[in-house]
Design a protein around this ligand. Structure first.
Ligand SMILES: *Cc1c(COP(=O)(O)O)cnc(C)c1O
Length: 426
């Protein structure tokens, strides 16, 4: 019996579903989760000593791969001096300077401990700034697990949605509206009817939590235009897309400027970090400067800040984006050959890629994803896992490339996928 199975059996007696975040339980792909033990570059090794080409990247943070020497060194240097003081520390100034110098719309930034917290805080700030209560999000976008963000769109043009989690009061659904992605006319109509009551419009920089749903630039421009017209704060949630898409952020990729932006994942380099940031005149409303309260015991802690700063520094110094793009182009080529005339589709943007099923074109809205996807992905996932390729255990999660991956790794992935298809597992 594998050690992973033994651990999971113990874990199920101790934690709900055996896990601390639901998708890790492998429910949607079947089988038991793999317990990882050690990482090295593009690879993770489990407690049984098996090696996996790791496309999960801890759900995105590891843009440099596992245990990049500069990040490891930065963490070790801090830990040798002490790992938290609850006072301001030099490391947070360093990371703040790095982010604001590299991303032009970011004038002031506040660090928190997770992406969920970052979005929660940004929405509170938008509400405080505008004095309005209602918010708009897009169906299928994920923004963490705050109550009022676990609301999905109702049918048709109903403006208020329904909670997607038990425990979320229905009253919250009245304040959170949903519009589908890639739906110009609906967005326009929604603003005509509700724009004056909206505090903010919240969109994933590039929607990548329910498949990779790449939006056309004109949809993002329309959103910006409508928000200007109705005095609504635009928040790009770049917790996942930040430092993962071409030109670093969706803002720079689309050339559309948000008022506030949230970060997480990569900016912590694998430590628990989130951030919200943006224009001076809005960020000035945050305590202690302004009346919008937000605080955190471990916010800006030096280990996390140092890991984030070392990651971003290496990201720019080592031209990580260009390097990954080259690796990605190789993968594109291989995937085009392999998936031609199959039920598997492939799409990529920057270091994010996604396999979709039974569609000729990559879906751009949650509603366009084939319902058979979960079932087909589960078969593929199982096969790939046994061959040493670790894909996220859900059809709706993207794959992450990182700087440690080589064209040889892309070939390993592509060859394994080709084998799976030849064997008719789908
Ligand atoms: C991961 C994610 C979050 C939530 O971040 P956590 O650190 O898991 O709380 C929020 N928004 C987006 C776009 C994300 O991808």
């Amino acid at each position: 019996m594998r050690e992973s199975h033994r651990l999971f059996a113990r874990a199920k007696e101790l934690m709900p579903g055996g896990v601390n975040s639901p998708v890790r339980a492998f429910r949607s792909v079947g089988g038991d989760p793999i317990y990882m033990h050690r990482g090295e570059g593009a690879y993770a090794f489990d407690v049984d000593g098996r090696r996996f080409l790791d496309f999960c990247n801890s759900w995105g943070p590891l843009v440099l791969g596992h245990r990049h020497p500069k990040v490891q060194k930065a963490i070790e240097e801090v830990v040798a001096r002490g790992w938290t003081f609850g006072t301001p520390v030099a490391e947070e100034v360093d990371l703040a300077e790095l982010v604001t110098s590299k991303i032009s719309h970011v004038e002031l930034i506040r660090f928190v401990n997770s992406g969920t917290e970052a979005v929660m805080s940004a929405v509170r700030l938008a509400r405080g700034y505008t004095g309005r209560d209602r918010i708009l999000k897009f169906s299928g976008c994920y923004h963490g697990h705050a109550d009022y963000l676990l609301i999905e769109g109702g049918s048709g043009l109903a403006t208020s949605g329904t909670p997607s989690s038990s425990g979320v009061p229905h009253a919250f659904a009245e304040l959170t509206c949903n519009v589908p992605l890639n739906a110009h006319a609906k967005l326009q109509r929604f603003f005509e009817e509700n724009g004056n009551q909206l505090a903010c419009a919240l969109m994933e920089g590039v929607p990548a939590n329910n498949g990779l749903l790449i939006q056309d630039k004109d949809y993002i421009e329309l959103l910006r235009h409508l928000c200007d017209q109705y005095g609504v704060v635009v928040i790009f949630d770049e917790v996942l897309s930040g430092f993962r898409v071409p030109a670093t952020t969706a803002y720079q990729y689309y050339g559309v400027k948000p008022d506030l932006v949230t970060f997480g994942k990569v900016i912590g380099g694998g430590m628990p970090v989130g951030a919200y940031a943006g224009r001076h005149d809005i960020m000035n409303r945050v305590a202690p400067l302004g009346p919008v309260y937000q605080a955190g015991t471990l916010s800006g802690n030096p280990v996390a800040m140092a890991a984030g700063a070392a990651t971003l520094r290496a990201y720019f110094e080592e031209s990580v984006e260009d390097h990954i793009e080259a690796t990605g182009l190789h993968l594109d080529q291989r995937m085009a050959e392999i998936t031609a005339n199959t039920r598997v589709g492939y799409t990529r943007l920057g270091s994010l890629f996604w396999l979709y099923f039974d569609r000729n074109e990559a879906p751009q809205a949650a509603e366009d994803i084939a319902s058979i996807s979960g079932e087909m992905y589960a078969k593929l996932h199982r096969y790939m896992l046994e061959c040493g390729v670790y894909l996220a255990p859900s059809a709706f999660e993207v794959g992450f490339l990182n700087a440690a991956m080589t064209t040889g790794d892309m070939d390993l992935f592509a060859d394994t996928l080709a084998q799976a298809l030849e064997q008719g597992i789908l």
